[in-house]
Write a protein that binds this ligand. Sequence first.
Ligand SMILES: Cc1cc2nc3c(=O)[nH]c(=O)nc-3n(C[C@H](O)[C@H](O)[C@H](O)COP(=O)(O)O)c2cc1C
Ligand code: SF4
Length: 413
Amino acid sequence: MTGKNALFEPIKIGNLVSSNRLMINAMECCDSDEYGNPTERTYERYTKLFKGQAGLIDLEAITVTYDSRGRKMQLSIEPHNEKALEKFVSQLRKENDKTLFIFQLTHSGELSHPDFSRRVTVKHLPGFGGDLLSEEEVDDILDKFVLAAKICHNVGGNGVDLKLSHGYLGSQLLRPYNDRDWKYGGPWEKRSRFAFELIERVVKEVNDPDFLVGSKVSVWEGFPGGCGAASPTTAVMDLTESIDLVKGLEERGAHYILQSAGSPSITLALSQPDKAIPDYAYLHHYFSKTLKENLKPETVVIGSAYSIFRDGKNNLQAVKPEENTLLYWGDKNIREGVCDMVALGRQSFADPFVPQKLMEGREDEIDWCTACDNCIELLIRQQNVGCTTYNKPYRDALRKIREEEGKLKAKRT
Ligand SMILES: Cc1cc2nc3c(=O)[nH]c(=O)nc-3n(C[C@H](O)[C@H](O)[C@H](O)COP(=O)(O)O)c2cc1C
Ligand code: SF4
């Protein structure tokens, strides 16, 4: 590594090279058309991100089936979307052909929205519900993931992120809570079956050594029976299964692991540390370091939850402002083996050009994310998502929907 900030060094991922260590994390924005294809707004967002020159971009959670999805206007990756996705990728590559582009494949499971799709579950979780999935249905979902990976390959994507995090189906199956006696639950060997069969099949059936395969994982979800808990009834952290998961993925061909934590519909501040609890960001350092220590050096570990560090103006205590920034922690953590790359979520909404500005030494021009979490409120409300702090249309949309809700409440009382 040279003397410059480690974030700006290239890194090999599988047979490909990311030109720097900054990744754009998967960020759902609810702006597809009625068939799950990208709209003008989707193009606009990703065009900016491609111009921003991150080494790697993870396309937001794209559903492998429109029948069970979390967002009304969620991007979809089924055979009918192939043409539109091909156009999308080729258009973005014209902006910048260096940035690697992977797709986050997902099934929403118990987070599918019952108002417009079928909510399904592996075992009823209090407050969620849904139809109990049969073994045959999960077999079918696995086929859909594999088909989606092939579509991603066909349309020119550089790889896939098989989503095993944040409470979506991939992680629901892994949880100790999934102690139902069936092919995909009970002992760890059965709870991990879906993840391991999926990666094995994707590697085998896509059959391209230059196609990247990896997963975003919630190392510890932070609630009883969640991923990384010691048993179905405790939240006590025991990372044995999370470590076994990433090692198993690596053995089966994963080139990278995107570390995360929490399950946003249950433990939001853990997934995305906010103004009130910025300190949770430090937990992510522990999680990515644990993964690094258990994986081969060539498996790229990408750390999450770095938006809170920004330019040091956060609520973190007992640290010097200059030793508390995105640039500082990115450089330090990469050099010290805590992670190999750093993913940006909310910061990529606040300023999609952040990698370019950082590389050009223009930190003063960056619109820093304030971790207000208004963007996630838009997502929860099924609206087009963007940064309300720096983007007036999104700010106006949120204000309007809050006002309308206020009027409705007033009428009811
Ligand atoms: C509006 C919004 C949408 C998100 N969509 C996704 C998604 O599609 N897939 C995913 O894995 N995580 C998603 N996340 C989580 C982020 O990718 C990231 O893990 C989290 O925000 C922490 O990173 P940050 O502190 O840099 O924001 C989303 C977060 C927000 C706020
Ligand atoms: S809305 Fe708030 S949390 Fe979301 S990107 Fe903008 S500043 Fe960050």
